[in-house]
Design a protein around this ligand. Structure first.
Ligand SMILES: Cc1ncc(COP(=O)(O)O)c(C=O)c1O
Length: 457
C-alpha cells in the first residue's frame, strides 16, 4: 500500500459543494462541541448536564462469548470500574474512543488507510443510521442521485423523502455496470446539475447477491473523479465474502491508486458478524463529510449507545485483529454452506423455471422467473406475493428493489436462516406456485372461458 506521505487527499473546501443546505445551516451543538475539552488535564468541567454515575444501579457487567479460534470454548468478559462508568455515561458524538481507535487500526489493516490521511471514523446505530444521515447532509431536496438498480430497498425511502430524482445505474452478475454509469454521465444535460452521489453495495449486493469486479470498481472510481461525485460504498456484506478467488479491494482501498483520495464514503456494519440487534455500524471517509454527519447526530440521537460500544470494544479487544479475522472467516464459510444448500434445491426444483447467478458473498439469491409475457405481465408479484404465500413460503418480489418501481420477473430469497429440510420445502413450494400460475394463464387451463395460448417454458 502507498506510504502515508505519498497520499494526497482532497482539501476540506472541496466538500463545500457536497454538503446540503440543511447541513450547512445546522449550528454546531455548543455542549457537544466542547465535550472533548473535558479531557484536557487539570480542567474542572461544569459543562454538561451529565448524570452522576454513582447513582446508577449497575455495578458490573459480565458476558460470555465463544472463542473465535475454538467455538466450543467460552470466556467471560467483565466491564466494571471506569470502563463501566464510561459505558453508562454520555460520550463523544463520533463514538467511544477505544472502539474508534480499534476501527482505525482495522481500516488500516484491511483497506490500507492510515490515520492522518484526511479521513476519520464515526459510529452509528447500525450502518442504516449513518447512511440516512450521510444522504441528509449531502443531498438537497430535488437533487439527482445515482443509485444502482435494483437497489437495497432500505435506501429508497431516504431518497424519496428528499424528493430526489433517482437515476438508475444498471447492474448485472458483475455488479454495477460502469458502462451504464458512463453513458448516463456523458449524456447528462449541460443545463442540469450533475449528481453528487452514487449509492452502491459492492459485495454480495442486497438484493442481487452480485459482487462488483475489480475492473468495474476501478472504472467507477475513475468516473467519480471525471464527473465529480462521491461514492457511497455501503458494504455490510464485505465480511461475508466466500468466493474462491482472493477478494477485490474495497473502493475505500482502491482509491489509494487515484491521484488523490476523498471520493469514497464507506459504511461498515457489525450486524451480520457480531449482532444485528446491538445496532453498531461505522462510516469511514472524508473528515468534512463525517463532521457534518456528527453534527446531525449531535442534534438527533446525540450519540450511539456508549454501553453497546463498550461491550463491542471489550469483545474485539479481547479477540485482537487476528481473532476478528478468524471469526469473520468462520461466518462467511457458514453462509457459503447455506448458499450451496439453497442452490442445490434451486437446481432440483427451478431448473427451466428460473435463472440465477451464484452469489459469492452475502445472504441472497436473486432469481428471474421465466414467465411468459402474459403471466402477470412479466412480473413476479402475483406468483410470489400471492401464490407462493398461499402455499406457505415468503419471498420478496423484485419490484420492491426498483428505485422507480415497475414490474420485474425477479425475486429475492434470503438463505441465511433456513435449515436444509425447510429450504427443500420452500423451493418446492415456489416451483408449485410458478406452475400454478402458468396453468391458470393458459397451459391447458381455461381463463375466462377461453384458452389464452401463453407459451410455456
Ligand atoms: C445493503 C444494506 N445496507 C444497510 C443495511 C443496514 O444494516 P445495519 O444493520 O448495519 O443498519 C442492510 C441491512 O440488511 C443492507 O442490506
Amino acid at each position: 500500500m502507498a506510504d502515508i506521505h505519498e497520499v494526497e487527499h482532497l482539501p476540506a473546501e472541496y466538500y463545500s459543494d457536497f454538503i446540503s443546505t440543511a447541513a450547512k445551516e445546522r449550528k454546531p451543538s455548543p455542549i457537544r462541541n466542547l465535550l472533548p475539552l473535558e479531557k484536557v488535564p487539570g480542567v474542572i468541567s461544569l459543562l454538561a448536564g451529565k448524570p452522576n454515575a454513582s447513582t446508577f444501579p449497575f455495578t458490573s457487567l459480565s458476558f460470555s462469548a465463544r472463542s473465535p479460534t475454538d467455538p466450543t470454548q467460552e470466556s467471560t468478559l467483565t466491564i466494571d470500574g471506569a470502563e463501566l462508568e464510561a459505558g453508562l455515561q454520555y460520550g463523544d458524538t463520533a463514538g467511544f474512543k477505544p472502539l474508534l481507535d480499534w476501527i482505525f487500526g482495522l481500516q488500516d489493516a484491511l483497506h490500507g488507510r492510515r490515520r492522518g490521511e484526511g479521513w476519520k471514523v464515526s459510529m452509528g446505530g447500525g450502518s442504516q443510521d449513518l447512511i440516512y444521515k450521510a444522504v441528509n447532509v449531502m443531498v438537497d431536496p430535488g437533487d439527482s442521485v445515482l443509485v444502482e438498480s435494483p437497489v437495497y430497498a432500505g435506501v429508497i425511502p431516504i431518497f424519496h423523502s428528499l424528493h430526489c430524482n433517482l437515476i438508475e445505474v444498471e447492474t448485472d452478475a458483475q455488479g454495477i455496470r460502469s458502462s451504464s454509469l458512463r453513458s448516463i454521465l456523458e449524456e447528462w444535460p449541460a443545463d442540469k446539475p450533475k449528481p453528487k452521489v452514487l449509492y452502491t453495495v459492492p459485495y454480495g449486493c442486497n438484493p442481487t447477491g452480485a459482487t462488483a469486479t475489480l475492473e468495474r470498481r476501478k472504472e467507477v472510481l475513475k468516473l467519480a473523479r471525471e464527473h465529480n461525485f462521491i461514492i457511497l460504498e455501503d458494504d455490510p456484506y464485505f465480511y461475508l465474502y466466500y468466493g474462491k478467488e482472493p477478494r477485490y479491494p474495497s473502493y475505500f482501498a482502491l482509491e489509494l491508486e487515484e491521484p488523490e483520495v476523498g471520493r469514497v464514503l464507506r459504511f461498515d456494519s457489525l450486524s451480520k458478524i457480531l449482532s444485528a440487534g446491538i445496532r453498531i455500524g461505522f462510516a469511514s471517509g472524508p473528515e468534512a463529510l463525517l463532521e457534518a454527519i456528527d453534527e446531525h447526530t449531535a442534534t438527533s440521537n446525540l450519540q450511539t449507545s456508549s454501553l453497546t460500544q463498550a461491550i463491542v470494544y471489550k469483545l474485539l479487544d479481547s479477540w485482537t485483529y487476528e481473532g476478528f479475522r478468524t471469526h469473520t472467516e468462520m461466518v462467511s464459510e457458514f453462509y457459503r454452506q447455506k448458499r450451496d444448500v439453497f442452490e442445490s434445491a434451486m437446481r432440483k426444483y427451478l431448473t427451466g423455471l428460473a435463472e440465477w447467478s451464484q452469489p459469492e458473498a452475502g445472504l441472497f439469491f436473486w432469481f428471474k422467473l421465466l414467465l411468459a409475457e402474459n403471466e402477470g405481465k412479466g412480473d413476479s408479484e402475483i406468483t410470489i406475493k400471492t401464490k407462493a404465500f398461499e402455499k406457505g413460503v415468503l419471498a420478496l418480489p423484485g419490484t420492491h428493489f426498483l428505485p422507480n418501481g415497475g414490474p420485474t420477473p425477479y425475486v429475492r430469497a434470503s438463505f441465511s436462516l433456513t435449515g436444509e429440510e425447510d429450504v427443500d420445502r420452500a423451493v418446492r413450494r415456489i416451483r408449485e406456485a410458478i406452475l400454478d400460475v402458468r396453468e391458470v394463464n393458459g397451459c391447458g387451463v381455461k381463463v375466462s372461458g377461453e384458452r389464452n395460448g401463453a407459451a410455456c417454458y
